[in-house]
Design a protein. Structure first.
Length: 267
């Protein structure tokens, strides 16, 4: 029996090396014509502070329940969970619900490229998980916004939308060109949301399939195309709001779970 510890150690080492090989292979995959330049597969036991900052509360419809409460964040098993909970201490915090979110603002942004994010969520009345990007320069809506995924309540579809000064202030709902679309999803399973973005257009995708192309229209001026500047990432788990409606307290806690995010540039 003296060799048993050595055998066990070798098995453990082999399993560990195999795990590293699989993780490295996954991380290095890139579609033809693209090079991976930034990623997070959430393989650690805590949020990587070199990449992400927990989103603090703001005064907008999407972030007025944000919190840095650790109960609204969980990382482990190779995923990041952003959690929405009922607030159990109204004397300390007046918000009825507390929600988690993270951002790369000040830590990572990019201008043109390809992004893919694999995520799933626990459906709930009043839940509004979102994966999106904001322009790093200027104020909204002038800075531009690219919504890769927004999900409402129990829908079996995801929303993908462009915002700019043109779409939200000048077009007055005309949708010329159309600023948004929806695409079908496997509602209770993993889906991959993304976009390919260059100086002429933004092509949204769900599970690798194009859903909408938003083009640059030079005649509309710079207000229509603020998308030649860097954009940073925001992942948010929101509860309630003017768009999603009221929540059912019995549905909570709920969460959005992110498996990985990859950003590429053209080779």
């Amino acid at each position: 029996m003296p060799c048993r510890p050595t055998v066990i150690a070798r098995v453990v080492q082999a399993v560990f090396l195999s795990f590293l090989a699989v993780a490295a292979t996954r991380a290095q995959e890139a579609p033809p014509g693209w090079r991976l330049v930034w990623r997070d597969e959430f393989d650690g036991d805590r949020i990587d502070e070199a990449r992400w900052t927990p989103r603090e509360r703001g005064g907008s419809d999407w972030d007025d329940s944000m919190t840095t409460d650790p109960r609204c964040f969980a990382i482990g098993g190779g995923t990041l969970k952003l959690i929405g909970i009922r607030n159990d201490d109204a004397a300390k915090d007046p918000s009825e619900y507390l929600t988690g979110g993270v951002t790369t603002r000040g830590k990572f942004d990019f201008n043109h490229g390809k992004i893919e994010i694999r995520a799933r969520f626990k459906r709930a009345r009043g839940a509004w998980p979102a994966l999106w990007m904001l322009g790093s320069k200027g104020r909204w809506p002038n800075c531009g916004e690219i919504d890769l995924m927004e999900h409402l309540n129990f829908d079996d579809k995801a929303y993908q939308t462009i915002h700019s000064y043109c779409t939200d202030r000048l077009d007055n709902g005309r949708g010329d060109p159309p600023k948004g679309t929806t695409g079908p999803i496997a509602r209770d399973d993993w889906n991959t949301y993304g976009a390919e973005w260059d100086a002429e257009k933004i092509v949204f995708t769900i599970n690798g399939e194009p859903t909408m192309t938003y083009p640059k229209v030079p005649a509309k001026g710079p207000e229509q195309w603020p998308f030649d500047e860097p954009f940073y990432l925001i992942f948010s788990m929101r509860i309630e709001g003017s768009w999603v409606g009221k929540a059912d307290p019995e549905d909570y806690p709920a969460h959005m779970e992110i498996d990985w995010v990859w950003v590429y540039e053209k080779t």
